[in-house]
Design a protein around this ligand. Structure first.
Ligand code: CTP
Length: 410
């Protein structure tokens, strides 16, 4: 992710304000900045005077490509920098959040550029505390954290561990990846909260014998991107995955399968309490009729012709049991894209078919982008070439528009 969703909505990249406070973990804010940029965000920084004692503004300026706001005065071209920055940001991250800055935030004190900007922010704010264990556990800090949480401020960490001061305990800044993920979560809507979404992804392996199998070129990237984006938007995601090299996305329940038959059984059983399903897997259409239990020897056994039988169509079987639930299928084609996709929409009974031309480099197997057409009863919508996470969010937007809500399965 991505704040890809914010990016698509405004036709621009999501903007994150990094508010760096004066703690030893200030250097980690540089990595947070980088992580956010890698996820597609525009980042600008503001720093307290104490933060500048740990890391210079030049570092954040070079990394962000923008001036760092450290003072409310004397900014040529920006007479009211705190308001400008606060209105610019889609989300703000305070990292490392010191006990002092948290206390000021809880009291609404605005006595420098950073605290004034945070006070003026209408956007969601994330606090990543980093401090000594006793400072964190002090009832004053705990009360301030509670006040901020009650006002809708999000927190990530602190973790427990060895602290810079030598003490061991709670107060350690959360991991950079965790902070980035928590910041990105602020940029996406929670419009799938409570929805149970079933997704399948990847290829299937159809055994010829214990050594050989029939497979296809699918990597699972598209389906994994959908599962990840849906989880970020609040869905409870079950991902039935064929063999892939991909790690399970955070917060997603993965069920690993190999064959088309296993995928069929896992999907049909999980669909019983799913509210919607997205079938992106490249399921084998045929499987060996009688896979051998031992390795076939080419010298004495038949490998020149393998008898195949058709597999069950998972998408069609889900659609037969769908009731009012939304089901999305895919069509990977090399020619007559829209005609084939429209035919699959009708034949299988899906609500939407995501059609992509796998003969094009931007939408082929393993690519990090896709160029899809969304084919439904409402017509054909051709989307631009986009990163997979953006395509995933566009598909999820349609899943919402088609009426997916929690408990659709009941
Ligand atoms: N699909 C499925 N079960 C199968 C075959 C396909 O669920 N046994 C699903 C895919 O996950 C995809 C959609 O059906 O969502 C279309 O898959 P595709 O392979 O493009 O189409 P097929 O139905 O296999 O038709 P053809 O091979 O003729 O293109």
């Amino acid at each position: 992710m991505s704040g890809e969703r914010a990016a698509r909505q405004g036709g621009r990249r999501p903007r994150v304000l990094l508010a760096v406070c004066g703690g030893i973990a200030a250097y980690k804010a540089c990595e947070v900045l980088r992580g956010l940029q890698k996820a597609g965000c525009d980042v600008r920084a503001t720093m307290t005077a104490d933060a500048e004692r740990f890391v210079g503004t030049a570092t954040f300026e070079a990394l962000s490509g923008a001036p760092v706001a450290t003072s409310l005065y004397g900014n040529p071209g920006s007479p009211i920098p705190h308001i400008e920055l606060a209105e610019w940001a889609d989300a703000a991250v305070v990292v490392p959040a010191t006990a002092n800055v948290m206390a000021k935030m809880a009291c609404g004190i605005a006595d420098d550029c950073l605290t004034t900007t945070i006070l003026a922010c209408p956007c969601p704010v994330l606090v990543a505390p980093g401090m000594n264990v006793h400072m964190w556990q002090n009832p004053a800090t705990q009360a301030n954290a509670m006040t901020l949480r009650a006002r809708g401020v999000s927190f990530v960490g602190p973790d427990s561990g060895r602290l810079a001061c030598g003490d061991v305990g709670e107060g350690k800044l959360a991991g950079v990846g965790e902070i980035v993920a928590a910041a990105l979560a602020l940029l996406v809507p929670n419009d799938l909260a409570g929805v149970r979404l079933l997704v399948n992804a990847g290829p299937t392996h159809e055994a010829i014998d214990p050594v050989r199998y029939i497979a296809n070129r699918s990597t699972g990237k598209m389906g994994y991107a959908i599962a990840e984006a849906a989880a970020r938007r609040g869905a409870e995601v079950t991902l039935v995955s064929g063999p892939t090299a991909l790690p399970a996305p955070a917060g997603v329940r993965r069920v690993s399968v190999e064959s088309a038959e296993q995928m069929h059984d896992a999907m049909l059983s999980a669909f019983a309490d799913a509210d919607a399903a997205i079938c992106s897997a490249a399921v084998a259409d045929y499987t060996p009729a009688a896979p051998a239990g031992h390795k076939l020897k080419k010298s004495r056994e038949h490998l020149d012709a393998i008898e195949l039988v058709e597999t069950s169509d998972i998408l069609a079987d889900l659609c037969a049991a769908k009731g009012g639930r939304v089901i999305v299928g895919f069509a990977a084609e090399t020619d007559d894209l829209i005609a084939h996709a429209s035919e699959k929409l009708r034949r299988k009974g899906a609500d939407l078919i995501v059609a992509n031309d796998v003969s094009r480099p931007e939408s082929t197997f393993g690519a990090d982008t896709n160029r899809v057409a969304l084919v439904s009863a409402a017509g054909v919508e051709q989307l631009e070439t986009m990163p997979l996470a953006d395509v995933a969010n566009a598909i999820l937007d349609r899943v919402c528009e088609l009426g997916t809500v929690p408990n659709s399965h009941k």
